[in-house]
Each structure stands twice: as C-alpha cells, then as structure tokens.
Design a protein around this ligand. Structure first.
Ligand code: FNR
Ligand code: 8K6
Length: 350
C-alpha cells in the first residue's frame, strides 16, 4: 500500500520528480581534508538515483560555517569540481539532486577553520550552546560573537554565491538549510536571537535574515530551483520558546509568496509535538502553508504513504533507511524487506 509514492510529481515548470520519495540530507563527514567530495561519495549518491530527488548532505558555504569534521564545502574551485563528479553520477542514473547549503553559526568550531586565522564563531547573539563536537569531546563549544550588520550582508552574499556555485557544479537546485538549530534557524528562535536591531525582537525582524538569504538566492538561481528547510519546533541545538510561534506565523506566509520548489520540515521524528505549535510541526506548517510540503522524521514507507493520502504533506523524505538501503526505492516498490539502520553504519558509505 505505497502506490502513491510512485506517482510522478510536478514541482513547477522547471522540475518534475519521477516519484514522491526524497533522500533526506544526511551528513556523513567523509569529504577529503580540503572538504572536496570524493569518488566514493559520487558512487554513494549515484547508487541512490532512484529517489525522486536526492538532497545532498549539508554543504558548508564558507570556512567558518564548519562544525563537524570533513563536511564538504562549495566555496573553492576544487570543491565545485568534486561536486560535479557527484551530480554527473546521479544524472547518469537518471536522478536529480539538490545541494543543501549550510552554515552552522554557533555550532561551528574554530578547530575546523584554524587555517583561516579566524577564532570567531558567528551567530546572531553571544549565546552559546552546551557541550562539545560529537565524537571530538575535547572541542567544547564556544561563546559566539554577535555578528554585525556588515557581517550579515557578507553572509547573505556568500549564501547566494554558494547557490551559484551549486548550479555551476551541476545541481538541479538548492535547499537552504534553515533548520536544526544552525545559523539561519538561530535568527528564528528567541533562545539564540537576543538582538535589539533590525534583525531581532519582532517576528518581522527575526525573519529578516532568512528572507534576505532566500531572496538573494532566488534572484541568483530562480525560485523554481530554490527550496528551504525549517524547524518551527526547536529540538536540536536549541531551546523552544512560546514566542517563537509568532515568528513562524509571520515567516511561513512570506515563504509561500516566494513560490519555492518546496518547503521541508527539519525534524527527526514527526510524531514530536510542540505546545507552542499546537501539535506536530508538520501539522502546524500544513495549516498555514498551501504549497508543496515535504514531510520527514521516522517514517516507514507505509506510514509516509498514508500521511500523503491523508493530505498531511505532499512528498516524503527518508533519511536513516536510505543510509542502510542504497536501493531503498526499489525495495519498497518490489515489496522487499529493508536492511534495518543502525548507528554503526555511519562509519562507512554503502
Ligand atoms: C541527519 N539529518 C540532517 N538534516 C539536515 O538538514 N542536514 C544534514 O546534513 C543532516 N544530517 C544528518 C545526519 C545523520 C547521520 C542523521 C541520522 C540525520 C536529519 C535528516 O535529514 C532527517 O530529518 C532525520 O534523519 C529524520 O528522518 P529519518 O532518518 O527518520 O527518515
Ligand atoms: C559527526 C556527526 C555529524 C552529525 C551531523 C548533524 C546531524 C547529526 C545527527 C545524529 C543523530 C542525532 C540525533 C539527535 C536527535 C535530537 C532529538 C532531541
């Protein structure tokens, strides 16, 4: 009972998907030391081209956006060339792939960009997170620097350059990573945004950075090739605040007006409920957003198919099961058993 997942889906006049299953963005930390994608990564993505659309692992837009080891970049010519190998492998197998554009903001660590000489961690406000980089426990998170308006303008420009680089590298489009407690999301929540200037305090001001990035990218590569991921419900690197609701009540209709390829929820388990959203993040977004919505978060194919049938969202993104099953789409289509995901699988690219 998953037939609806195998319907084609027209995103817009530029892009249409051969099925409704997306590969969710999955950080794998296996780029080379210059943050260039490798041939192994090209093979890994090429094996998953049966997905209606692959969203790449998050890709950093500039050195100080890095918060984990060996996450790929898209700001040097070698990185762009490396990605071209990946997009060629996907296209050779008749797939489509978007790049997920990432800056980790206060979740960055200068250890990863010491070669630039910068010790600064960039964020809306000087409010840090507890803890340390996963699997690198000696790297404790720092108190970030509250960035200036000039630095914000530079970031917007760097995002749009990264989007242009992604198109140059052969990607079919980009998904802006505005979710999961990273830089863009840090502007959208009161926990991390304590600014008193035109980027803080009110819903309109707190949405300003996200919309500036969005508008700069749309101007550069077009709305048909631009998508966005958001986390209205704070659950990762972020504390929730009931005042955040008003920010998303303002932001989401603004996003809808931009007529993007799609809007994607950032969450690990769609069943999570948030008091200030009145329930699930996906239900909240669906109630105020009338365009293509991507659901995700601990779904089986059957449950995702049912959620689409129930009009809870339009497209289903699958994360961990795609790590365990490169042929996830074929297995679901043919009714074959899936290999169960386990965290140990993160150490190799199957
Ligand atoms: C993720 N997720 C994630 N999200 C994102 O926006 N960018 C990323 O780079 C990553 N990286 C990542 C790595 C790993 C190892 C995991 C497990 C998850 C979140 C992911 O896209 C998805 O939302 C969740 O995994 C929930 O979907 P599943 O796995 O339950 O289908
Ligand atoms: C070195 C690992 C790189 C990690 C990239 C970011 C995504 C990591 C996801 C790992 C799983 C974490 C699950 C957290 C769920 C929080 C729910 C409260």
């Amino acid at each position: 009972m998953t037939a609806n997942l195998f319907q084609t889906y027209v995103l817009n006049k530029t892009l249409s998907l051969k099925n409704r299953i997306l590969m969710a963005p999955l950080t794998r930390c296996v780029a080379d030391d210059e943050l260039v994608p490798t041939q192994d990564m090209a093979d890994y993505y090429g094996r998953r081209a049966e997905a209606g659309l692959i969203i790449s692992e998050a890709v950093i837009i500039r050195p100080d956006g890095q918060g984990y080891p060996n996450t790929p970049g898209i700001f040097t010519p070698a990185q762009i060339d490396g990605w071209r190998t990946v997009t060629d492998a996907v296209h050779a197998n008749a797939g489509k792939i978007f790049a997920q554009l990432w800056h980790t903001g206060r979740v960055a660590h200068p250890h990863f960009y010491q070669a630039t000489g910068s010790q600064d961690v960039m964020a809306p406000s000087a409010v840090g997170i507890e803890g340390s980089v996963p699997r690198m426990r000696e790297l404790t998170y720092q108190i970030p620097k509250a960035i200036t308006v000039e630095e914000i303008a530079q970031l917007v420009s760097d995002y749009s350059q990264a989007a242009a680089n992604a198109i140059d590298a052969g990607f079919d489009g980009v998904e802006i990573h505005g979710a999961n407690g990273y830089l863009i999301d840090q502007f959208l929540h009161h926990d991390s945004n304590r600014r008193s200037d035109e980027y803080g305090q009110t819903p309109e001001n707190m949405s300003r950075f996200a919309l500036e990035v969005l508008d700069a990218i749309v101007a550069r590569i077009g709305n048909d090739r631009t998508a966005l991921r958001i986390s209205p419900g704070a659950y990762f690197n972020m504390a929730g605040d009931s005042r955040d609701r008003a920010v998303f009540d303002y932001l989401i209709p603004e996003i809808e007006q931009r007529d993007l390829a799609f809007l994607h929820i950032g969450i690990f388990d769609d069943a999570m409920e948030f008091d200030y959203l009145g329930g699930r993040a996906s239900s909240y977004v669906r109630s105020i957003y009338n365009k293509t919505l991507v659901g995700v978060g601990s779904f089986t194919a059957e449950a995702g198919s049912q959620a689409i049938a129930d009009d809870k969202f339009d497209l289903l993104a699958i994360g961990r099961p795609f790590i365990a099953n490169p042929d996830y789409v074929e297995r679901v289509r043919d009714g074959k058993d899936l290999v169960e995901y386990s965290d140990e699988m993160l150490t190799s690219l199957v």
